[in-house]
Design a binder for this molecule. Structure first.
Ligand code: ADP
Ligand code: MG
Ligand code: ZN
Length: 648
């Protein structure tokens, strides 16, 4: 593939275009059809030529002779002249008049042939003419076939519109959508982001107002948030509110297999946008395109880098007040090239958080507009049951619940459908008949009971909402669901320690009851280790290591540790970190052992209930929790060997 990637018009492309126009006539009907004709045209032409040549040049009524007969005729002076070809001999008989008869014979190994021909005075010559026929057959034909195949491939990959000669044209889903059909009313739960973008809407609507005062509107706005939080939706809503065209392209659309195509697309996209200003360019999934250069362990990706460079050039290349706003979305800002985040490019960042409980309620309201709900359904209650859900999850939830209600033949969607849909989304589909042997079931029951009991006993854990040992999905054999009473943004040391204990609860219960351990705690241990590591290395929560962080300074505001690898502290410090982490986990382990041994009876009872009923939730669970707490006689305050729990 040609590597010359200058932004100037490509001379080769130019010539080919002119050629194409000659073949097609300057104004072919429709670009996509035109290309199609183009390659077929040459192909057909070549085929025709070949068959014509074959018909007229060599196959003129040739008489086929056996070699022996040919030899005899030479001896009899009946042959006028021959042409010696590599594998056959053509010749003409001696004859009066214009109509000379021609013949052909297969060439046989015969060293004396030339001498015989000399003796009998036959004119002979080697094959000279028609070399170009061979050329056509051996060279042009395969070429034509290759080109045909190539263009076919391109068309397949490119999804249709453009062909071999115009790969560079942006086949942007030119969403030059005049009407996106989405407004701020369709977005909920992310009010701060909405407020920030309101300014952009104002600018797009009344550019003069801002220009008059000489204010500069940011060119690039980067929406940062987890998948499904509504980034794409919000970008569309901005266009909808402002009533401007919306050019949308996804980062992966730019990354093509042919070097230079992505860059050409970027150029085209910006060219089109400038003609349509005011408008919005939206680059979805920017990380696919804007990965930091040199971050790829497999060596460079020329194509992506060129595309990224082109994007940077285009962003620098137009005035801040030209009326084109570039929005982009990503859920992995940490891997973006720092050059993208510099002033004058995507310098305005809008964080899109997971919705809080009121936000979730509002989103549920939006998505249940077209769903018939039970009259007294309390969406707030459902919002309370779905901490951590993002907009896309909630949309999915409403849909699942509606489908369930339909399957049950109900008139409207009620709480039980939502409850089941939540279970389904959280844990994967219920595998009711999954066989699980009784011994495993006992282990799972005690494991979950252990988690739950520790959560009920420590001071700072979220209340337990549901315990189940019904296997779900492929991985989880059971789970203990804790419901946060409020959304959390900060966690204290005490809370982290308590969380560690809850995570260890399952494993320790197994140890106590079966005096053995199983592999089922792997995920718990992993999470516990992560917490312990963060406490020591990031949060400065280890007295021995003090208020230092041991993570590398990020290259961009979002770049996470680990991306660049190297450790920046001594072997000795590493050892202390390991020891501190070990100590945190060890202390938590002892403490949990203490709790569970003290509450061994509750543990047994809870496990028995689970073995019998498989699920415990609602009022019964609340009653059980109350009993545990009342009975505990101040476990929280008595203080294990490690740290005091302050009941707040
Ligand atoms: P992202 O681009 O952040 O991954 P999307 O914008 O594609 O998420 O969201 C997917 C769908 O989820 C949207 O089409 C919408 O139906 C729903 N959704 C997500 N966030 C919200 C929200 N804040 N308000 C209403 N609906 C939302
Ligand atoms: Mg998206
Ligand atoms: Zn567990």
């Amino acid at each position: 593939m040609a590597r010359n990637q200058t932004p100037q018009p490509n001379p080769l492309k130019d010539i080919m275009n002119r050629l194409k126009q000659r073949v097609e006539g300057a104004d072919g009907p429709d670009p996509s059809k035109r290309k199609m004709h183009f390659s077929l045209w040459y192909f057909l032409l070549a085929m025709l030529m070949i068959s014509w040549l074959q018909g007229h040049l060599f196959e003129q009524q040739l008489e086929k002779l056996p070699y022996s007969q040919f030899k005899q005729m030479v001896r009899d002076h009946q042959v006028e002249s021959v042409v010696l070809e590599p594998d056959r001999i053509r010749g003409e008989f001696k004859q009066e008049g214009k109509d000379k008869r021609a013949f052909v014979t297969v060439r046989v190994e015969d060293p004396d042939l030339v001498r015989t021909l000399d003796e009998k005075e036959v004119k002979y010559t080697g094959l000279q003419e028609n070399k170009w026929v061979v050329l056509v057959l051996s060279w042009l034909m395969p070429m034509a076939l290759l080109i045909l195949f190539w263009s076919f491939l391109i068309r397949r990959m490119g999804g249709g519109a453009q062909g071999v000669l115009s790969v560079g044209k942006a086949r942007v889903k030119i969403y030059a959508e005049r009407e996106v059909g989405v407004g701020f009313d369709d977005v909920a739960g992310i009010d701060e982001a909405k407020a920030e973008l309101q300014e952009i809407v104002e600018f797009l609507k009344f550019p003069e107002k801002f220009q008059k005062l000489g204010g500069k509107i940011p060119k690039g706005v980067l929406l940062v948030g987890a998948p499904g939080t509504g980034k794409t939706l919000l970008a569309k809503a901005v266009a909808g509110e402002a009533g401007v065209p919306f050019f949308s392209m996804s980062g992966s659309d730019f990354v093509e297999m042919f070097v230079g195509v992505g860059a050409a697309r970027v150029r085209d996209l910006f060219g089109q946008a400038k003609q349509n200003a005011p408008c919005i360019i939206f680059l979805d999934e920017l990380d696919a395109l804007g990965k930091a250069r040199g971050l790829n362990p497999m060596g460079g990706h020329d194509e992506r880098e060129q595309t990224l460079n082109q994007l940077l050039v285009e962003m620098d290349g137009f005035e801040a007040n030209s009326g084109v706003i570039i929005m982009a979305a990503t859920n992995r800002p940490e891997i973006l090239d720092p050059a993208l985040l510099r002033a004058g490019r995507f310098d305005r960042h809008v964080a899109i958080d997971r919705p809080d409980i009121r936000g979730r309620e509002a989103i549920l309201k939006i998505h249940s507009r077209s769903v018939k709900l039970v009259a007294d359904l309390d969406l707030q209650k459902i919002a309370a049951m779905t901490p951590g859900f993002v907009g896309a999850d909630l949309a999915n939830l409403v849909n699942e619940a509606a489908l369930l209600a339909a399957r049950r033949g109900r008139e409207d969607v009620g709480l039980s459908e939502f409850q089941e849909a939540i279970d389904r989304i959280i844990g994967g589909l219920e595998k009711k008949n999954r066989a699980i042997n009784p011994k495993e079931k006992r282990i799972v029951a005690y494991h979950e009971a252990g988690h739950a009991l520790v959560a009920m006993s420590v001071a700072n854990a979220d209340p337990v909402n549901k315990i189940t040992i019904i296997p779900r999905g492929i991985a989880a054999l059971g789970y203990t669901q804790q419901l946060p009473t409020e959304d959390r943004y900060l966690m204290t040391r005490e809370e982290l320690l308590d969380r560690l204990q809850v995570l260890l609860g399952g494993r320790v219960a197994e140890e106590i009851v079966f005096e053995d351990s199983s592999t089922g705690a792997q995920n718990d241990l992993q999470r516990a280790t992560d917490i312990a590591r963060s406490m020591v290395m990031e949060y400065g929560m280890s007295s021995r290591l003090g208020l230092l962080t041991y993570t590398r300074e990020p290259r961009s505001p979002y770049l996470q540790t680990g991306a660049t690898g190297a450790r920046e502290f001594s072997e000795q410090t590493q050892q202390q970190i390991d020891e501190e982490m070990g100590e945190l986990i060890g202390q938590a382990h002892q403490r949990v052992r203490f709790i569970l041994l003290e509450k061994r009876e509750h543990l047994n009872r809870l496990a028995e209930i689970l073995l019998e009923r498989e699920v415990l939730d609602g009022e019964e669970l609340k009653a059980f929790t109350a009993a545990v707490r009342a009975d505990a006689g101040g476990v929280g305050g008595s203080g294990g060997p490690m740290h005091q729990h302050k009941d707040i």
